[in-house]
Design a protein around this ligand. Structure first.
Ligand SMILES: [Zn+2]
Length: 224
């Protein structure tokens, strides 16, 4: 295994059995660059590959930072719908792009069964889209669309900030994902809303990014 990775054993909140997870040592990933939808590129190990824990015993999967946040009612939904059909399989050790995608898809399926909120689904779907981007796989577009649906639902129904997601970053993502999937009119609408918001000026970096992307959409439209 790569020297920047290590294994540790944790208890599963669904089946209570212990299993091994693989973590990335702090400071072993160096930020290289970032796309306009916050997809980050690293030198060395990509920590996103290891963000999802999958219990090898029951198939419960979730992002590491939320792994323990599951109600007993949700746990029984997982036991009934996933564990009963799960064949023991470990996701510990070095992951490939494909196993990282599989782990995220399992987390998405778990979330779907738990009737997760739009913001939570968006967080998983945007990461799956980024992994497909790294793979140069056109399935990226499907997951950008799912992520957009999640952000749009979050914007309509949730109270901001939702964890680390504030209202204006959510607006930005709706504009940017519409641009990426080719809904240019929609993209202009959402970027304009963000740029025109007096409150959003508290985050000048985000406004600068929105202005840049607003320009990008205008150029895309002019080319058509
Ligand atoms: Zn388990």
């Amino acid at each position: 295994m790569d020297s920047s990775l290590y294994n540790t054993s944790i208890p599963c909140p669904v089946c209570s059995k212990k299993f091994e997870v693989t973590k990335v040592k702090a400071k072993s990933s160096k930020l290289h660059s970032r796309d306009s939808d916050f997809c980050v590129y690293y030198e060395g190990i990509n920590p996103i590959y290891y963000e999802v824990y999958v219990c090898e015993n029951c198939g419960y999967a979730a992002q590491a930072d939320k792994f323990d946040s599951i109600s007993s009612n949700e746990a029984s939904i997982i036991l009934k719908n996933i564990s009963s059909r799960w064949t023991k399989r470990s996701f510990s050790g070095e992951r490939t792009l494909d196993t990282a995608i599989e782990a995220f898809k399992l987390a998405l399926y778990n979330m779907h069964l738990r009737k997760a909120k739009g913001s939570e689904l968006a967080k998983i779907c945007i990461r799956i889209a980024w992994l497909f981007r790294l793979k140069n796989d056109e399935k990226e577009m499907d997951f950008l669309k799912f992520a957009l649906k999640g952000y749009s639902e979050a914007y309509e129904r949730e109270n901001f900030p939702v964890e680390k997601l504030d209202e204006f970053t959510c607006l930005y993502m709706i504009g940017e994902l519409n641009r990426r999937i080719g809904n240019l009119d929609e993209s202009v609408k959402w970027f304009s809303r963000l740029i025109g918001s007096p409150e959003a000026r508290k985050n000048p970096k985000l406004i600068d990014m929105a202005r840049e992307q607003f320009q990008a959409v205008k150029e895309q439209m002019a080319q058509m």
